[in-house]
Design a protein around this ligand. Sequence first.
Ligand SMILES: NC(=O)c1ccc[n+]([C@@H]2O[C@H](COP(=O)([O-])OP(=O)(O)OC[C@H]3O[C@@H](n4cnc5c(N)ncnc54)[C@H](O)[C@@H]3O)[C@@H](O)[C@H]2O)c1
Length: 316
Amino acid sequence: MSKILVTGAVGQIGTELVQALRKMYGRDSVIAAGHTAKPTKEFRDSGPFAYLNVADREQIAKIVVDNQIVTVYHMASILSAVGEMNPQLCYEVNTGGLYNVLEIARKHKLEGVIAASSIAAFGAGVPRDNVPNDAVLLPSTMYGVTKVCGELMGQYYFHKYGVDFRCVRLPGVVSTETMPGGGTTDYSVEMYYAAVQGRHYTCFVREDTVLPMMYIPDTVKALIDLACAQNSRLTRRVYNAHSMSFSAGDLAQSIRRVIPKFTCGYEPDYRQKIADSWPRSLDDSLARQDWGWKPMFGLSEMTEDMIEKLRRKLAK
Ligand SMILES: NC(=O)c1ccc[n+]([C@@H]2O[C@H](COP(=O)([O-])OP(=O)(O)OC[C@H]3O[C@@H](n4cnc5c(N)ncnc54)[C@H](O)[C@@H]3O)[C@@H](O)[C@H]2O)c1
C-alpha cells in the first residue's frame, strides 16, 4: 500500500491535514512526523507517529525506507514572525529541510513532494492587489527568502531529476484545532479565541491592515487537490491560491455579528512591517484553471464555523 509522510504534522496545518489524509487513505497509510511540538494523546492515538528533525537527512531517509513512503507532504517550517527573531534557524529548517526532502525524493524515487509556500514569497516590486502567479519575488523577510528558495529548488528538482514537486502559495491560515506557530497572521485566530472566551483582544496590526486569509478546510483541500491533480494538466509547479481578503477591523466586525460584546484594540508591533510588505490579494486563476481550485468559505461562513467549533472545543 502506498504510504504518505507528513512532516511538521503537529503544526497548525499538519494536524488537520493528517486527519484528512487518514480519512482518504486509511489511518496506517499516513505517518505523522512531529518535532518539538507535543502531539495530543488523541493525535498520537489516531495513527502512526514518528519524531523527525527535517534538518537530519538520515532520519528522513530511515522513515521513508522503513515505512515504504511514496509521497511527502512537507509542512515542517519556521514561520514568519519566529523567523525574523531567529533568521539562522529559519534558514536551516526551511531551506535545509526542503533540500533534504527533495534529495530523499530523488534518491528513493518518491512519487511526489507537496510543499507549502506563502504570500511572504512576494515583496517589493509587485502590486499589492491581485498579484499574478508569475510575479517577481523579492521578499524582505528571511521566511520569505526561504520560501522563494524552496520554490526554486523544487522546480529545479522537477526539471533536472523529474521529482514531482508541487507547491501552493498559501495566505494566512485560520484554524481551530492547533494554534498558529508564530506567523504574522496569527492575530486572526487569536481574535476568535478571545471573543469566544469573553476577553478583550489587542491586535498586533493596525485595524486597516488587509491580508489574504484562508480557512483550514480550504487549506487542506488545496494541498490535497493539487497533490491529486493530473500531472499533464499542471502548467506550473507553484500556484497562488486565494480565498478571501479582509482587514483586522473587518474580522472584528464579523465576530461582533455573532458575539456583539466582543471588543478589540489595535497596538501594532514589529509584525506590522512584515504585514505591510505582503500582498492584499492574489490572482489564482492558474490554480482554478489547471487543477480546479475553488475555496468553500468566505468571511461570514468562516466566522460562524470557527465560533461554533471553538465554543465546543473550549467547553470540553
Ligand atoms: N499557517 C499559516 O498561516 C501559513 C501561511 C502560509 C504558508 N504556511 C506554510 O505552511 C506550512 C505549515 O505551516 P503551519 O502553519 O502548520 O506551521 P506550524 O508552525 O504550525 O507548524 C510547523 C511545524 O514544523 C515543526 N518543525 C520546526 N522545526 C522543525 C524541524 N527542524 N524538523 C521537523 N519539524 C520542525 C514545528 O514543530 C511545527 O509543528 C509551512 O511551510 C508554512 O510556511 C503557513
